[in-house]
Ligand binder design. Structure first.
Ligand SMILES: [Zn+2]
Length: 58
């Protein structure tokens, strides 16, 4: 549980990276904003950070 009062997405690739976005009000918007940076969402709803994606941990 985080103390953050804004939505965040958490990497499910195994590294526990967590990220939000100042302009995002929902996790859907976080995903949208972070997608150009390399964050991806898998069909099962798992979020994968750029590092894990490149490393093949999908
Ligand atoms: Zn990761």
């Amino acid at each position: 549980m985080t103390a953050a009062n804004y939505p965040v997405i958490r990497c499910d690739g195994g590294c526990d990276a967590e990220i939000g976005h100042p302009a995002a009000c929902t996790v859907t918007e976080v995903r949208c904003f972070r997608r150009p940076e390399g964050w991806r969402q898998r069909p099962a709803g798992r979020d994968i950070c750029p590092d894990c994606w490149k490393a093949g941990r999908r």
